[in-house]
Write a protein that binds this ligand. Structure first.
Ligand code: C2E
Ligand code: MG
Ligand code: MG
Ligand code: MG
Length: 281
């Protein structure tokens, strides 16, 4: 009797595991053809200047529209793309697409904005990563002062010396570097001043409870104070309410990003949020 139960349990877990693996294998297989089938799209979420409310930039966020399955979240497929190495080609596509959009906006009569692109560890560690970036710059003619990169603390900590060297190269080419999800990783604060970076993005888990939890308000305040003393800009991620905005303004946060202003939207929709340059009379 008990033995039978054990057997059933085993069958149950075996079934779940097999299902899960089959799903993953299928996801991996369809991701291999997604680029050639043009199934990816780049969405944009505005970054808003805290003092003026003006849209000064956007973060590029990839979306995958899988035929017959709807949208797959990057949180689901980016880790698998990392493991399989597909992220290198997907990452190239993201950078190229963002550069093409940036070029299209230039000379279209819109006030200039800054775009930031997420980099994954595997993509960054690819030995010819910089050459890939240079090729995209040549192909699109983009000025990298208009394109920045978002990296995580863990990406830097993989190999600190390599990261510093690479980030310096990217900055020499004009890009600004942001640390994404700041506060969730393990990099020591003392380390920060050694890194060639320009911006900190305060993780949304701190921003979420900034008005209700004194600890989170204190952490955010500390991060902002530290950033200022190191001459870094601070962005708050995941801003959803006016109360958070008021608190963050009080803390001297530079820029906001979050659903309060807009969720990530397709490029055409984002373009409508941009302001025309004033007409010369
Ligand atoms: P991330 O870089 O930290 O991007 C911010 C995420 O927070 C986005 O999720 C965005 O939709 C979400 N978000 C923005 N505002 C709010 C808010 O007010 N409330 C809440 N609850 N969420 C908000 P998304 O687009 O699903 O992306 C998830 C993660 O996937 C990104 O986190 C990034 O790590 C990764 N990712 C997205 N696109 C790319 C890409 O092109 N390349 C790479 N390597 N990773 C990417
Ligand atoms: Mg990001
Ligand atoms: Mg983030
Ligand atoms: Mg995040």
């Amino acid at each position: 009797e008990a033995k039978d139960k054990g057997k059933n349990n085993y069958r149950f877990f075996d079934y779940i595991l097999t299902e899960r693996m089959a799903k993953r294998v299928e996801l991996e297989r369809s991701m291999r053809t997604a680029l050639e089938n043009d199934e990816f799209a780049l969405y944009y979420q505005p970054l808003v200047e805290a003092q003026t409310g003006v849209v000064v930039g956007a973060e590029a966020l990839i979306r995958w529209f899988r035929p017959g399955q709807g949208m797959v979240s990057p949180a689901e497929f980016i880790p698998i793309a990392e493991e399989t190495g597909l992220i290198v080609d997907i990452g190239d596509w993201v950078i190229r697409t963002a550069c093409q959009h940036q070029q299209a906006w230039r000379g279209s009569g819109l006030a200039p904005i800054h775009l930031s692109v997420n980099l994954s560890t595997r993509q960054f560690q690819e030995p010819n990563f910089l050459d890939r970036v240079r090729r995209v710059v040549e192909e699109t003619g983009v000025d990298l002062h208009g394109i920045g990169f978002e990296i995580t603390e863990s990406l830097i900590m993989q190999d600190v010396d390599y990261a510093i060297k690479m980030l310096n190269e990217l900055r020499n080419m004009g890009s600004i570097i942001s640390i994404d999800d700041f506060g969730t990783g393990y990099s020591s604060l003392a380390y920060l001043k050694k890194f060639p970076i320009d911006k900190l993005k305060v993780d949304r888990t701190f921003v979420r409870d900034i008005t209700t939890r004194a600890e989170d308000a204190a952490i955010t305040k500390t991060i902002i104070t530290l950033a200022k003393s190191l001459d870094l800009k601070v962005v708050a991620e995941g801003v959803e309410t006016i109360e958070q905005i008021e608190k963050l303004r009080e803390l001297q946060c530079d820029e906001f990003q979050g659903f309060y202003f807009s969720k990530p939207v397709p490029v055409l929709e984002f373009t409508k949020m941009l302001t025309p340059l004033p007409k010369l009379s």
